[in-house]
Write a protein that binds this ligand. Sequence first.
Ligand SMILES: [Fe+2]
Ligand SMILES: [Fe+2]
Length: 165
Amino acid sequence: MQTLPDGAPATLGEAFAIINAATHPTLDVLQLMVLAEAAGKTLYEGMADQVALPAVQALLRHNGREELAHAHRVSRAIGKLTGSDYPVPAPEDNPYLAAPASSRPVTADMLAALAQTEFNGDALYENWARNCPNPDVAALLRQNGREETEHGQRLQQAAELMRAG
Ligand SMILES: [Fe+2]
Ligand SMILES: [Fe+2]
């Protein structure tokens, strides 16, 4: 199991609360973001396993793969700030996946609500990029942000497919 950063909260829910309240991409919050984004892949995989429609599964898995890519991009951002990338844990080593994730049923409404969370993720990354003096780091954060909007659009598409299916 990868060790949590000093002072980090114990659960993924608490980590998201800190991340969402952060206005600046401090090292502490970027480390939490690596762990949260890496956990995002597993959470999307778990959702995909719950749904029957292959097209919806594909959309969810696509988002999941990109969440892991986001973790690696934030890790590289940390590397640009400190000289060493922050390790991206495998699912079994991620302290934020130690507790079983709550298995909320995947419904059209749930996917539509999650889309909004993804759009908020773009706004969060954009704000961090604006408040980041390092242009290379800001570019990495903005790239993640743009993809969060695509995640939201995929989730809206998935919600429509669930409603139609
Ligand atoms: Fe992400
Ligand atoms: Fe996302």
